[in-house]
Design a binder for this molecule. Sequence first.
Ligand SMILES: Cc1cc2nc3c(=O)[nH]c(=O)nc-3n(C[C@H](O)[C@H](O)[C@H](O)COP(=O)(O)O)c2cc1C
Length: 222
Amino acid sequence: MASHRTAPWFQGVLLGGFCLVCSAVLAVAYRFSAPDIERRLKEDMEVSLGQVVPAKYRGNDMVADTVSIDGAEGPTTVYRARKDGQVTAVAYRVVGKGYGGDIVIVMGVDRSGEILGVRVVQHSETPGLGDKVDVRKTRWVDAFKGLSLANTAAAKWAVKKDGGRFDQFSGATITPRAVVKAVKDGLALFSSHRARMLDEAKDALPGPAPAPSSTSGKKTVS
Ligand SMILES: Cc1cc2nc3c(=O)[nH]c(=O)nc-3n(C[C@H](O)[C@H](O)[C@H](O)COP(=O)(O)O)c2cc1C
């Protein structure tokens, strides 16, 4: 006579019970580790923000001062640096399509739309080829510092091979092209949402920033 242990209903109950216990263990583990994970993510973001927005711009906790901007690629969290209540700089993530997949970049921009810093924080580019965009390998990303859409002509936002101002890497043009495009798009995002990013949009309708004035004293690289 077959024991109930081999009966399908018993196997089903056993499997169900096992799944229930596993789910409960995972839920408890998540409950205990969630604050730790959140703290570490905050610390990581603080490190990234510190690398793209110099200390002299920051008198606040940037991680706690954010606004969500709806860009072409979906919502983007913008972190604000303030001094005496006024936003002095912002930082946000942009994503480029590299050779190995997404290249996640954090960029810092001052009130005038000039880049303060760029860091690649996540990528899957090939070691020795595309990974030169990582500051731990080379200082290539420093080439963005001080550039803006106002002081650098549109055609110059490209690698040298394509007529632009940025070095490509030998045998690896896809990666730097992707980063240059992502950073340029990031500046366009700033330009389109400047008032909201700078917390000056209370009475203003969202819209593009005024065109750079020819009397602003900023030079255009051509
Ligand atoms: C195994 C392998 C890995 C590669 N990794 C990269 C990379 O990480 N980044 C990159 O730009 N190109 C990489 N390349 C080279 C690209 O396929 C491409 O040839 C190069 O970027 C030059 O592009 P261009 O012809 O548009 O100038 C890799 C090629 C191979 C065969």
